[in-house]
Ligand binder design. Structure first.
Ligand SMILES: Cc1cc2nc3c(=O)[nH]c(=O)nc-3n(C[C@H](O)[C@H](O)[C@H](O)COP(=O)(O)O)c2cc1C
Length: 212
């Protein structure tokens, strides 16, 4: 189902869509996604998020150079040697590699990026991200609900200083995620996750939760 208003359908089919068409996305849809982001909670309702909408290909290309460098330096080798995550096995995990590589090479071709930034001061503490990732998830869900594709990406933070300078961020503001958004080439599908019973405990860490 490409579009949906059923939140459980949306959550359970919101795959990381790494193959995106370069076709334009109407501003009206991007505005809905941004609104969904702004509806998120933030600590003390401070709303110190700032959302950059990037369409300029030159700016995206400059960032893609760092994104690719990080793939070559660490992400690519790690993917090649790591075990499949829970709920996956060798075959689907192997299929994920070319998709990750595809997004790496075509990052800047996604027609729109939303960069989620936070005015979090010079030395953000351990909870800083909690006031932006709710907004990021809201935007991912809205994107999926509209039939558009995206992937929550944070790899660029490996060169965070350099990338934030490309975006013109002032001191005390940092980018936390880049959402490359476009019409998906593939289909939304069922997610691969491990059994719920493996991650839910009852009353004490390690004790089975009888409610499942
Ligand atoms: C904090 C975070 C950072 C991520 N960064 C990247 C990234 O930089 N590049 C990328 O291709 N995917 C990135 N992902 C996507 C994950 O790889 C993806 O959510 C995971 O493999 C599950 O994929 P699925 O939802 O399609 O099953 C990130 C996800 C999260 C939650």
């Amino acid at each position: 189902m490409p579009e949906s208003n059923d939140i459980f359908e949306i959550m359970s089919t919101m795959r990381a869509m790494r193959r995106l068409k370069p076709d334009p996305v109407p501003d009206e849809l991007i505005n809905k996604i941004l609104q969904a982001g702004q509806w998120a909670p933030s600590g003390g309702n401070t709303q110190r998020w700032r959302f950059l909408v990037i369409k300029d290909r030159e700016i995206k290309k400059k960032v893609q150079v760092y994104y690719k460098r990080l793939f070559d330096e660490s992400v690519g080798p790690r993917y090649a040697s790591s075990a499949p995550p829970p709920g996956s096995d060798a075959a689907p995990y192997k299929r994920q590699h070319p998709a990750v590589e595809y997004l790496t090479d075509h990052y800047h071709e996604a027609p729109v990026w939303i960069v989620a930034c936070l005015e979090d001061g010079e030395n953000p503490g351990r909870t800083a991200g909690s006031s932006i990732y709710g907004a990021v998830q809201n935007m991912c869900l809205a994107t999926r609900a509209l039939g558009l594709g995206t992937t929550l990406t944070t790899r660029h933070t490996g060169y965070g200083k350099e990338v934030d300078a490309i975006f013109g961020l002032p001191p005390g503001a940092h980018s936390y995620a880049i959402l490359p958004i476009g019409w998906p080439m593939g289909n939304f599908g069922k997610l691969g996750r491990g059994p719920l019973k493996d991650v839910v405990y009852g009353d004490q860490w390690g004790k089975p939760y009888a409610g499942l």
